[in-house]
Design a protein around this ligand. Structure first.
Ligand code: SF4
Ligand code: SF4
Length: 510
């Protein structure tokens, strides 16, 4: 569910025939004079995805240009949950006679939009319904047969509205319905909807959300990431979204929750699988006093390559003190795919902290072996558990390892010698799978062929080659299971090498 800022929602309402206050956008203190000249004294509101702005000092009523200067400076220097406020809305002051609530909410149960109106505004609709049920009506809307204004009049009367205002309100509510449907809003709420002393119906505030799957049809909204973030997307979230948006194999959901933390603050990179299991895991970490730098969910059978990219993105967060992964205890996916993706990322980053994973589910023993055995030569300490170890025990192990400090292994882990590749092909996400035949020729194991999930490799003259065309491999028959690199490294050979680009990450993101 993607959110629009108040000013964006209001522009859409205005385009749909709804009245909104005269307003201007402020991005810097230098806008103050022009804005004050145009609007005069008014209301200044920070454009943030958070409720209770007034209590946070993010709604102010400057009477003079000097006031406006002061408030703009204060608001633009503030951050909400670590994210800087960048946009302010300055509006004319309204002479309010009466406040109402009006909204369109998509009812998933009924698969239709529902119009909600209350003759009492000011608080959330749930509170209004419980306190003043007689003041509220709900009306299911058929998008193919939008009601006519006169059809709303009896409903409005039932909420206590009377007189000349009935026609004005019913026309405004029809504009609201049409705006919501045209813009595929999941919800569009006006609270308060006000009647001014001059007798105008005006949207004094606006909250609009859009269905994530509709966002691509509305580039005009400027939504960079079709997800509920609660803040403008960070650079790393944009990088993660670029990984996810065109790769429909499983889910990769990534949100940064903490920024500007220091090493030693107990903030961990978090890698969950499945919403419920992830929440439990984050709670378990919290009971040990840790915070998570990010929320991440890789679930729904993503390939190892997607897990790898997720792990690299998580590990790129500066100053994290550890990496903790846990999800639903019994995933149906073969867990060794996840293990291979994590191993590849850990081997490339080789962080100097503890790593704990709980990979419960199918083939968990193999997953645990891969994750623990194939990282033994790294600087980081890695522990992996299956479904029989509770999330709380895993969090406890993380705590123990962090307190103990990482084991000094005294081994120098350097990147492997650059390969001279003899045979390569592209993968479906723009990666490359390559083989160094000088190593393959002397390799007796040929584990790459045995473990290849796509079954697309065969041995010819003692080296692995594709059993299909390179075009077929690139079109997705190479499932990016990573076995030809990770399993090969595990036997100490290193003849298979996979490069999976992550757009934007190579440049370095803090
Ligand atoms: S890729 Fe690895 S496992 Fe496969 S033949 Fe080459 S060295 Fe052996
Ligand atoms: S070639 Fe086979 S083993 Fe290698 S990544 Fe592709 S599917 Fe996996």
């Amino acid at each position: 569910m993607s959110k629009l800022f108040e000013y964006q929602g209001k522009k859409l309402l205005e385009a749909g025939g709804f009245k909104i206050p005269r307003s201007m956008i402020i991005k810097s203190i230098s806008d103050a004079e022009e804005v004050f000249e145009e609007i005069g004294s008014g209301v200044l509101k920070a454009q943030v995805f958070t409720t209770g702005r007034a209590a946070l000092g993010l709604v102010k009523f400057p009477e003079t240009l000097k006031d406006l200067h002061t408030y703009i400076g204060e608001m633009l220097s503030q951050s909400i949950k670590g994210y800087k406020i960048e946009t302010l809305l300055f509006e004319e002051k309204l002479d309010i006679k009466q406040e109402y609530f009006a909204g369109i909410i998509l009812s998933t149960g009924k698969s239709s939009p529902t119009l909600v109106f209350s003759s009492k505004g000011g608080s959330g609709i749930e509170e209004i319904v419980s306190k003043y049920p007689e003041s509220v009506f709900f009306l299911d809307i058929n998008p193919d047969k939008i009601p006519l204004p006169f059809e709303l009049i009896p409903l409005l009367k039932d909420t206590g509205i009377s007189g000349r205002i009935l026609n004005l309100l019913s026309s405004s509510l029809i504009s609201l319905i049409k705006t919501a449907i045209k813009n595929e809003a999941k919800s569009l709420e006006i609270n308060p909807l006000v009647l001014t002393k001059e007798g105008k119906i005006i949207a004094a505030d606006c909250h609009m959300t859009v269905d994530d799957y509709a966002v691509f049809r509305h580039p005009e909204f400027g939504i960079e990431i079709a997800r509920e973030l609660g803040h403008p997307p960070t650079e790393l979230e944009k990088i993660a979204w670029a990984v996810e948006k065109d790769d429909y194999r499983g889910t990769f959901y990534f949100i940064q929750m903490e920024q500007n933390f220091k090493k030693g603050d107990g903030v961990l990179g978090f890698h969950g699988a499945g919403g419920g299991g992830s929440m439990m895991s984050m709670d378990a970490l919290q009971t040990y006093g840790y915070k998570v730098a990010n929320f991440c969910d890789t679930s729904g059978n993503p390939p190892a390559s997607k897990i790898y990219r997720a792990a690299k993105i998580i590990l790129s967060q500066k100053n994290i003190d550890g990496y903790f992964g846990s999800g639903s205890g019994v995933a149906s996916q073969e867990q060794f795919h996840s293990a291979r993706g994590i191993v590849k990322a850990l081997r490339e980053v080789d962080p100097d902290f503890s790593v704990v994973f709980r990979l419960g589910g199918n083939s968990e023993d193999k997953a645990i072996r891969i994750l623990e055995d194939y990282t033994k030569d790294l600087n980081c300490s890695v522990k992996c558990f299956g479904k029989d170890t509770s999330v709380t025990e895993c969090a406890g192990e993380m705590d123990r390892m962090m307190k103990e400090g990482r084991e000094e292994r005294g081994e120098d882990i350097t990147n492997p010698e650059p390969h001279k590749f003899d045979y390569s092909f592209y993968t479906v996400t723009g990666g490359t799978v390559s083989f160094d035949y000088s190593l393959c020729k002397t390799c007796l194991s040929k584990v790459c062929i045995k473990e290849c999930q796509g079954g697309i490799l065969k041995e010819v003259n003692g080296v692995p080659v594709l059993n299909i065309t390179k075009t077929e491999a690139t079109s997705g028959k190479c499932t990016e299971c990573l076995a030809c690199e990770v399993e090969c490294l595990a036997i100490g050979n290193g003849g298979g090498k996979i490069f999976l680009p992550i757009e934007g990450l190579e440049g370095g993101v803090s």
